[in-house]
Design a protein around this ligand. Structure first.
Ligand code: AMP
Length: 228
């Protein structure tokens, strides 16, 4: 990256706030790796690692995976060569303990948080987005039963394979995830707000409008991006 300092951009928002969609644009603008703890944990599950096996029940219930496991996973990821200058973190930190661990890790590297981009979406919208979401087992395409005209046989419109509902997108788990977010992650937002690092974006508007706002904020925070 251009500043030479290890900087981390945070993407904070409830499950279903659209972090994954916006992360693609932000990653491209920053030219840094996108680290989603949800994606990393799902990879561990697919590969059947000990972490994946431990994480499975927590995830399916909509609970958080224990802090020590997630922090260790993130710190290991930060050691990889593509993360030398910084990263975009999506879905981490999600608890006060994780935020404290991240701050300590960044301080040890002489780095810091550039900005915490907060996607603010009303709870009823989150609920509708998550419980109507379907994902393809094969190509990972993501769709919504109300926003897309999906084939009646349940096949994926992109690759023809099979659409499924993630276990944690079932109603009880969705309710639990939103509750856990309010309870555990709101303090994290306050933590970064006290450091004047939070930029709130109204997340219930068209994808492009959110993207434009996020990219404008990033350019203000790091003017060298404008030239890249
Ligand atoms: P996500 O795709 O970000 O909604 O994450 C899916 C699930 O992975 C969450 O409901 C948690 O069970 C787990 N998870 C993801 N990130 C974290 C984290 N930072 N701390 C604890 N658990 C996490």
């Amino acid at each position: 990256m251009r500043t030479g300092k290890f900087t981390v951009t945070l993407l904070i928002g409830a499950p279903g706030a659209g972090k994954g969609t916006q992360a693609e644009f932000v990653r491209e603008a920053l030219g840094m790796p996108h680290i989603s703890t949800g994606d990393l944990l799902r990879d561990h599950r697919r590969q059947g690692t000990p972490l994946g096996r431990t994480a499975r029940d927590y995830m399916d219930r909509g609970d958080l995976v224990p802090d020590d496991l997630v922090v260790k996973m993130v710190v290991q990821r930060l050691e990889e060569p593509d993360a030398t200058h910084g990263v975009l973190l999506d879905g981490f930190p999600r608890t006060q303990h994780q935020a404290d661990s991240l701050d300590a890790e960044l301080a040890a590297r002489g780095g810091g948080v550039l900005v915490a981009l907060y996607l603010d979406v009303p709870q009823h919208v989150l609920f509708g987005r998550l419980s109507g979401r379907r994902v393809c087992d094969k190509c990972n395409g993501t769709f919504h039963v109300e926003m897309h005209d999906l084939p009646a046989d349940g096949s994926c419109p992109t690759c023809g394979w099979r659409l499924v509902q993630r276990r944690d997108d079932q109603r009880a788990a969705v309710a639990r995830r939103i509750h856990v977010y309010m309870d555990q992650t709101t303090p994290v937002l306050e933590h970064y707000r006290a450091m004047r690092l939070v930029h709130r974006v109204h997340g219930d508007q068209p994808v492009d409008a959110i993207k434009d706002e996020l990219l404008t904020v990033l350019q203000q925070k790091q003017p060298t991006l404008a030239a890249s």
